[in-house]
Unconditional design. Structure first.
Length: 290
């Protein structure tokens, strides 16, 4: 039996938004691991078919942006949700600290050159939103961006919100469907996952000493996330707040977000003219005689 997720509880809203209304441990009634696995399995099957249509039609692209605190499960979500797609039509990019060349450009430049082309799925593991998150929490980073001092004012975050919204409107008007996900993990669950990484030799490589320092700034990050989501949630590039304390449920929700977004595009295989169909039939008959 097909099982669908109601995505309304996860959808942010521009007015009156608060992270307190989206608990990291939220789980719908009757939801369990078995249900989540079934939803994810069906989602992988749907996604494979939708991706083929997306690629064949070659008109739309889909950009999925994942933002989260450390250890929220971004990497594993990408691995599980995208396990059935054709890698030729999927581009995943993880944004690290900007390079010297990237700092010599505007803050949207490095993401622009990584956007998915028509017919492709694109996933940003972190994104230009770091510029109103980590840079806002660590304001000293603005100095490294070599901006004219006159442009670094108390309004810079609101100006960047405006730039992002305008940028995403431009992308949407040019055939890029955008969905944004904040994987909302609790501080307690992050602590548990950090300890698990330290306790398991095969996972220690994932742990960075800087993660502990960032954890101490939790309240500042939550304020930055809340302000960012409130300012940049739009009908053409909506935010979804996905509870991340249970990875198995978060993956099912992300799968539903992607398949719903592609379904809304009403993708179809390219239509062929009658002349083209006749030509293919002649080729078919020739192959049968060969």
């Amino acid at each position: 039996m097909s099982v669908d997720i109601d995505l309304k509880p996860y959808l942010a809203r521009a007015k009156g938004f608060s992270l307190k209304r989206h608990p990291p441990s939220y789980l719908p009634k009757d939801a369990n691991r078995e249900t989540a696995q079934r939803i994810l399995g069906e989602g992988i099957t749907r996604l494979r078919k939708l991706q083929e249509k997306l690629y064949a039609q070659d008109q739309w692209s889909l950009l999925l942006i994942l933002q989260a605190m450390d250890a929220a499960g971004k990497d594993s979500a990408i691995e599980h949700v995208m396990s059935g797609v054709n890698p030729q039509g999927c581009d995943v990019h993880a944004f690290k600290s900007p390079s010297a060349e990237e700092l010599d450009h505007d803050f949207l430049w490095r993401s622009s050159v990584r956007l998915p082309r028509r017919g492709h799925l694109g996933i940003f593991n972190r994104s230009y939103y770091e510029e109103v998150l980590v840079v806002r929490v660590h304001k000293e980073m603005l100095e490294r961006q070599q901006l004219p001092h006159s442009l670094i004012t108390k309004n810079i975050w609101h100006e960047r919100y405006e730039d992002i919204v305008t940028y995403e409107r431009h992308l949407a008007r040019n055939g890029t469907a955008i969905r944004k996900v904040f994987l909302h993990v609790s501080r307690g669950e992050q602590r548990r996952r950090f300890l698990a990484r330290l306790d398991e030799p095969d996972k220690r490589w994932k742990f960075a000493l800087g993660d502990v320092a960032e954890r101490k700034l939790w309240a500042d990050y939550m304020h930055a996330y809340e302000a960012m989501i409130k300012a940049t949630h739009t009908p053409f590039a909506p935010w979804y707040i996905v509870p991340a304390d249970r990875k198995w449920w978060a993956r099912a929700v992300i799968s539903a977000i992607i398949t719903q977004a592609l379904g809304e595009l009403k993708l179809e295989y390219p239509r062929m003219s009658e002349e083209r169909q006749r030509e293919l039939m002649r080729v078919r008959r020739a192959l049968q005689r060969d």
